[in-house]
Design a protein around this ligand. Structure first.
Ligand code: HEC
Length: 173
């Protein structure tokens, strides 16, 4: 009787251990499957996040402070112009000689057309001034090399580029 009990206990423990192993296996598998699933964001949570990070409501304060606001806007505008090279000057000679252009165009570096009749002079004759300005602003790769957009100084304005190209053309007779 007692020997039989022992045999039963042994088999039963093995069965229990096996079932526990299966249970743990299933739990791990379920965990793995759950990790693969992408749950959509809760729309309520998204809305409350947006609410939290939204700017504070705009307050209309009448004309109080309007003068300061105008002054601040003007100061901002002035600061923006100050960032334009040469203080926004449209003197072609300054932009060409003090800007990036001379580095390539004076010596003909990298296939840049020089300021002479065979260089820029021939180009303006073939394409016209407007086309030269357009291409100098946008940059292009031609048959002799690569002209970087705005000569590599993105802060130069269209008017400054126009002035620089006009200067180049005037020097290329
Ligand atoms: C890194 C050298 C480099 C710099 C800096 C540079 N260029 Fe050029 N540029 C070139 C090269 C190279 C070409 C010719 C490309 C070709 O035709 O293959 C060219 C061509 C041109 C042309 C002729 C465009 C045409 O249609 O044939 C103009 C105009 C010009 N550059 C203006 C300027 C101006 C203005 C500046 C300064 C703001 C400037 N470049 C700065 C390299 C340069």
């Amino acid at each position: 009787m007692r020997a039989l009990d022992l045999v039963f206990l042994k088999k039963f423990s093995i069965l229990i251990a096996f079932l526990v192993a299966v249970g743990v296996g299933l739990a791990l598998f379920a965990h793995y499957l759950n990790g693969k699933k992408v749950y959509p964001a809760d729309p309520g949570a998204v809305r409350s996040t947006l609410d939290r990070i939204a700017p504070e409501g705009a307050v209309y304060a009448g004309t109080t402070g309007a003068a300061q606001q105008a002054a601040a806007a003007a100061a901002e505008q002035a600061a923006a112009t100050a960032n334009v090279p040469f203080g926004g000057s449209t003197d072609g000679a300054t932009i060409f000689n003090d800007g990036p252009c001379t580095a390539c165009h004076t010596g003909g570096v990298g296939g840049a057309p020089k300021l002479d009749a065979a260089g820029i002079g021939a180009r303006v004759a073939a394409q016209g001034l407007d086309e030269l300005i357009k291409k100098a602003i946008a940059g292009f790769t031609g048959t002799t090399g690569t002209m970087p957009a705005r000569g590599g100084n993105a802060a130069l304005t269209d008017a400054q580029m126009k002035a620089a190209v006009e200067y180049m053309v005037a020097q290329s007779k």
